[in-house]
Design a protein around this ligand. Structure first.
Ligand code: NAP
Length: 506
């Protein structure tokens, strides 16, 4: 039987209603009513998180690891409810939810369990006291990373599990020892509810403090604003639009006590095709690019929207192969009506730009996405800043350059990106060495001969980058390093053995 959502918030383990409701707008199947969040509920969840903080932050790492593993198990136990609910709400196909996103989300919890067991995140440092040093004795200094406080997490629309309520931000914050208040995304409120139930069940099973996790539905922009302004909230994790993220970032900065806002925002993920690779494999790269562009209806933050190439037969082959593959793509359903409308608007704006040639144009129906491909030259790229704006969906733009120098200028013109890709053969090594120092300053991840749409959850992954890819220097929202966003270093000077926390003693 299909899961029927209860539609309530979940605050410190309790299902809580509210007078105002909003209706879900699924891609498929019946709509349901959900209680809308309110500032009063934000207050209640924040008080519960603060009340839980001391006890949760002091839990032994082994207990927190067992809690994260219990969340993974509770998510997996609900796979037959989560899968059809998420499919109906988002329009994403069954394998994406059942076989990719849910296992990825559970494995992310398990990765953080292993990570905190290994204790590298503590970054323990010890300068032993030198009482006899002259002219001044040196005190004994021990440093470790400690949890920052209650963390607010905004679920993303495009990954209803892996970047949403039980996603990477929640996993990293809970692993760090921070209680979490998750605001669900209105695009998948039933999926958010099921994920929250799984986390609450894991709390009950492992005896964690009830306020360690709360889940609030949205339904009102005021909920997110109240959350980031709440004095008990000490950091925010966010994935979404540049406009929404920037508005919330500014609110964080305007607080009496400004707090860090870890936003993962827009990116166009340019690919640079170097001459030998283009000549040898232009068509092959073009076909594969089309597949990457259309993955998940183009609704990946790492969608490679731009291909920068030097004029010639290889560039023509890339263009023709990509156009042909895109012509053959079946329509896909977009996550929300709003995202579908924004995609159509973005494609229409690009089609009207002077100096831009439409190669593939389609007529997407209502909430569906069909691909677009455009071509321009570097001069037009430099002249029209709007070409560098993210169009969220399956849309590609080829930027043709006259020579390597012009390609380098395109690279220098880029804003911060989540990824930059170089397609190169051995004969391109000198050109790649010239581009590398430029693109390294632009992106969190630099790929070679691949496509950026898969983001491995791993130790060395960086999913971040200079603004506007993210709002933070030095942060990633995927991979074990992401735990550092919710930790802060504390130095304990001359601490007596009798009060030494276990993590500090090592
Ligand atoms: P969004 O509009 O930025 O919303 C993300 C979350 O932030 C939602 O929970 C939303 O609340 C909240 N929010 C947004 N603006 C706010 C404001 N001014 N005050 C308070 N809360 C605010 O992103 P989206 O709905 O996921 O998708 C819209 C667009 O974002 C897409 O078309 C795409 O361009 C971009 N996007 C980018 C990425 C990426 O990874 N780069 C991922 C997803 C989406 P409500 O739910 O209450 O509105």
């Amino acid at each position: 039987m299909t899961y029927r959502p209860h539609g309530k918030h979940l605050i410190a383990g309790e299902r809580v209603g509210s007078d105002k409701t909003f209706a879900s707008a699924p891609a498929d199947g019946p709509s349901h009513d959900f209680c809308a969040g309110t500032p009063a509920l934000v207050d209640r969840a924040a008080e519960a998180a603060e009340a839980a903080f001391d006890a949760y932050a002091a839990t032994p790492r082994e207990d927190r690891a067992a809690f994260l593993e219990a969340i993974a198990e509770e998510l997996e136990a609900r796979v037959d409810d989560i899968t059809p609910t998420a499919m109906a709400e988002t329009g994403l196909p069954e394998p994406r939810i059942r076989s990719v996103e849910l296992p990825r989300t559970a494995n992310q919890m398990r990765l953080f369990a292993r990570h905190i067991r290994d204790d590298a995140h503590l970054d323990r440092r010890h300068d032993e006291g030198l009482p006899d040093r002259t002219p001044m004795p040196r005190p004994d200094l021990r440093m470790i990373q400690r949890p920052i406080g209650p963390v607010a997490v905004f679920g993303a629309s495009n990954f209803p599990l892996a970047f949403s309520v039980p996603g990477g931000d929640t996993a990293a914050a809970l692993a760090a020892g921070c209680p979490v208040i998750a605001k669900g995304h209105d695009a998948h409120p039933g999926t958010g509810e099921l994920a929250a139930e799984a986390i609450a069940a894991a709390i009950a099973r492992t005896g964690m403090p009830a306020g360690t996790f709360s889940f609030l539905q949205g339904g009102d922009l005021g909920v997110g604003q109240a959350l980031v302004r709440h004095p008990l909230v000490k950091a925010v994790g966010f994935t979404g639009s540049l406009n929404g993220g920037r508005a919330l970032y500014d609110l964080c900065a305007q607080r009496d006590e400004p707090i860090p806002f870890f936003g993962e925002l827009g990116s166009i993920n340019p690919m640079f095709l170097l001459p030998a690779a283009t000549e040898a494999r232009g068509a092959e790269i073009g076909t594969a690019w089309a597949g990457s562009l259309c993955m998940g209806a183009g609704q990946f933050c790492t969608n490679p929207g731009i291909a920068v190439v030097i004029d010639g037969a290889g560039a023509d082959a890339l263009r023709d192969a990509a156009a042909q593959a895109l012509h053959e793509m079946a329509p896909q359903t977009m996550l929300t009506d709003g995202i579908a409308a924004a995609f159509k608007g973005g494609a229409a704006r690009m089609a009207e730009e002077r100096g831009v040639t439409p190669l593939v144009t389609t007529e997407p129906a209502e909430r569906s996405a069909t691909p677009f491909l455009f071509e321009t030259d570097a001069e037009t790229w430099f002249a029209r800043e709007t070409l560098a704006e993210e169009v969220f969906g399956p849309l590609g733009l080829i930027v043709r350059c006259r020579d390597a120098g012009e390609m380098e200028r395109v690279a220098r013109s880029l804003k911060g990106q989540l990824t930059v890709t170089l397609h190169m053969d051995d004969a391109d090594a000198a050109a790649a060495r010239a581009l590398l120092p430029i693109v390294e300053r632009k992106a969190g991840r630099v790929l070679f001969n691949g496509f950026p749409t898969g983001v491995e959850v791993a130790e060395a992954m960086v999913h971040g980058g200079p603004y506007p890819a993210s709002t933070n220097f030095g942060a990633t929202s995927v991979g074990t390093l992401s735990i550092r966003r919710f930790l802060r270093p504390v130095c304990f000077q001359n601490i007596p053995e009798s009060v030494m926390p276990a993590d500090l003693a090592g």
